[in-house]
Design a protein around this ligand. Structure first.
Ligand code: CP
Ligand code: NVA
Length: 301
């Protein structure tokens, strides 16, 4: 049984297989209505539980549609509505769900919750974001980068902003896929220490972005951050906004990415988000294709 819990806990061979499968799955669907079944339906007769303890648009819709396209059916569950949110243990929930469904995707707060679910489930578990990582997003982002600008190996990727969960999965990917990752942001919002050695830090954003092949940012206040930190974070991060001047420091064909949802004109200007270097909606679309490949991989023996 194979869980998809993180980029650094999945082998490069498997990660590469998933990305390549995602590309093939995408190509095979070109021009088809969104609700049409794929030719290959590995989820036929399968039920997938999608558990959300935090809000979601992309993860929720892309997993739901992806399962349907591969012939399966879904159950979207809110953590708060489950007994999980009222004291039932994760271990018991994992064992019960495993008697009903073939696959579990979970978005939660603490990483330990996801790991406990995986430890006790007897079906594959997929990480749909925790406070620490967001691996499905980065699988879609690598697929997107390579579609536009070729192999990511050896390329320069610059993250400007908060050293958060999405950054952490980029850092894990940098090691696996062998690209150079630069973090630029204020010291209080540095990435967690466990990621040291996977990236370099350059405090000046223009210096950091010099020669970049890809510039990435994310919200300044994540779902698990206290709203009381909002003003302080905005003050700390204002200088790291991705705007036209910053993109001008990157290579002319550099891509701009943001996992979305975005706060337009905070972490990135609309001019950049809607500009010629931006691939934000390709990233969103590729969540669908990459995650279908993740689910297929999980179910293969
Ligand atoms: N990027 C992403 O995971 O978006 P949602 O929060 O809408 O799922
Ligand atoms: N860093 C963001 C990503 C949302 C998809 C958050 O955790 O809220």
């Amino acid at each position: 049984m194979k869980h998809f819990l993180d980029i650094h806990t999945t082998s490069l061979a498997d990660l590469r297989k998933i990305i390549d499968t995602g590309r093939i799955i995408k190509e095979a669907r070109a021009g088809k209505p969104k609700g049409a079944l794929d030719q290959d339906t590995p989820l036929k007769d399968h039920v997938v539980a999608l558990i959300f303890e935090k809000p979601s648009t992309r993860t929720r819709v892309s997993f739901d549609v992806g399962v349907r396209q591969m012939g399966g059916s879904t159950m979207v569950l809110s953590g708060a509505d489950m007994q999980l949110g009222h004291g039932e243990t994760i271990a018991d929930t994992a064992q019960v769900l495993s008697r009903y469904v073939d696959l579990i995707m979970m978005r939660t707060f603490e990483e330990d919750t996801l790991l406990e679910m995986a430890e006790h489930a007897t079906v594959p578990v997929i990480n749909g974001l925790t406070n620490r990582t967001h691996p499905c997003q980065i699988m879609a982002d690598i697929l997107t980068f390579e579609e536009h600008n070729g192999p990511i190996k050896g390329k320069k990727v610059v993250w400007s902003g908060d050293g958060n969960n999405v950054f952490a999965s980029f850092a894990h990917a940098a090691k696996q896929f062998e690209f150079d990752l630069v973090f630029t942001g204020p010291p209080p919002l540095d990435p967690e220490a466990s990621l040291d050695g996977l990236y370099t830090t350059v405090r000046d954003p223009h210096e950091a972005v010099d020669g970049a092949d890809l510039v990435v940012t994310d919200t300044w206040v994540s779902m698990h951050d206290p709203q009381s930190a909002r003003e302080r974070r905005h003050n700390q991060l204002r200088g790291y906004q991705v705007n036209r001047a910053l993109m001008d420091s990157a290579k002319p064909d550099a891509l701009f990415m943001h996992c979305l949802p975005a706060h337009r004109d905070d972490e990135a200007t609309s001019e950049v988000m809607d500009g010629p270097n931006s691939v934000i909606f390709d990233e969103a679309e590729n969540r669908l294709h990459a995650q279908k490949a993740v689910m297929k991989w999980c179910l293969e023996s």
